[in-house]
Write a protein that binds this ligand. Structure first.
Ligand code: R5P
Length: 319
């Protein structure tokens, strides 16, 4: 009995069947193999600060968050509802945010927003809000981990975002939330974004930001989100061994928000995680495209504002 699998050629058993001819090695007319023995295999270095020794899967996910051509990212942040509810500009995620997704490298959002209203064809990185608990009615820093690692994998998250309250009343707990997510993320190749949250009682200066970002990086965060400070921000980015992105913060006039983004990336930030300054703009689609020009093409703030004004005049209010 012929025990060969379909297409399997066993020399000496019997003559090849017609389908064997399709097998590359069985085709005697083919040119000899060329292993190019004199060409060394390329060892590529990874483009992101502090991430050279990550696994392939982690690097692949990080490449969906950060643009490999510029090393920077425009993260569209709209996770605010996890403690604020339907804040201004986020009343309807399907109408306010989904149309902006083509302009974002990365979406920072809750799993509820992702499942219910985001296009499943979005090609960029998903950064999943993974801590939560208290609302604006309570003590905000008392957060727990709010997503399982299985859920993060199921949703194809590139990173999990966790709030870290250095100097806050629940400092150790929030740091522990982060380190647990780092351990789980390392197991599956999912990055952890540490979000440094600054309590009202703390001073937002380079010393504090340097302390908070460095602690997060040393305890394993893949990258860190913090706030820009006018004095000494370059010492914060220099002292942090992993990439830093900045939060946009409260709504500013467009030129000021573009200047904030410009100063941050020129002083070493690897991009922005911007929410209100985009979705609360009179023209969110024009604004996010202007932010892209600053982050990825080093536009000066005034150039980017002109770009915003041009796009704005071509589109109706609210788009
Ligand atoms: C805040 O709780 C969220 O993590 C936001 O994603 C973050 O603050 C960025 O949004 P915004 O630019 O509005 O500050």
């Amino acid at each position: 009995m012929d025990t060969r699998l379909p297409g399997q050629y066993s020399p000496g058993l019997s003559s090849p069947k017609p389908e064997d001819a399709a097998m590359a090695d069985a085709d005697s007319v083919k040119a000899p193999k060329d292993f190019q023995v004199d060409v060394p295999q390329k060892n590529e270095t990874f483009f992101l600060k502090g991430c050279e020794h990550m696994e392939w899967g982690m690097k692949n996910r990080l490449s969906k968050i950060f643009n490999p051509n510029t090393g920077r990212t425009v993260m569209l942040a709209f996770d605010h509802g996890y403690f604020q509810g339907p804040t201004t500009g986020l009343e309807r995620l399907d109408l306010n945010i989904a149309p902006l997704t083509p302009y974002a490298d990365t979406l920072m959002l809750t799993r509820g927003a992702l499942r219910t209203t985001m296009p499943v064809t979005f090609p960029g990185g998903i950064v999943l809000r993974s801590s939560g608990g208290p609302s604006i009615l309570k003590e905000l820093s008392d957060e727990e981990i709010a997503v399982s690692i299985e859920e993060a994998v199921r949703l194809n998250a590139a990173a999990m975002a966790v709030q870290v309250f250095i100097g806050g009343p629940h400092e150790t707990k929030s740091v522990h939330n982060m380190t647990r997510l780092v351990d789980l993320g390392q197991r599956y190749g999912i990055a952890t974004l540490a979000v440094t949250a600054v309590g009202r009682e703390l001073t937002r200066d380079a010393k504090y930001m340097g302390l908070a970002t460095r602690i997060c990086a040393e305890l394993g965060a893949t990258y860190v989100k913090t706030y820009f400070v006018d004095q000494g921000f370059e010492t914060v980015t220099a002292g942090c061994p992993v990439p830093i992105v900045i939060a946009g913060g409260k709504k500013l006039p467009e030129l000021e928000a573009l200047t904030l983004a410009y100063n941050a990336v020129q002083q070493g930030a690897s991009g922005v995680d911007m929410g209100r300054n985009i979705f609360q703009s009179s023209h969110p689609a024009a604004m996010i495209q202007a932010v892209r020009k600053v982050v990825h093409e080093n536009y000066q703030p005034k150039e980017a504002l002109e770009f915003f004004e041009t796009l704005k005049n071509e589109t109706p209010v609210g788009v």
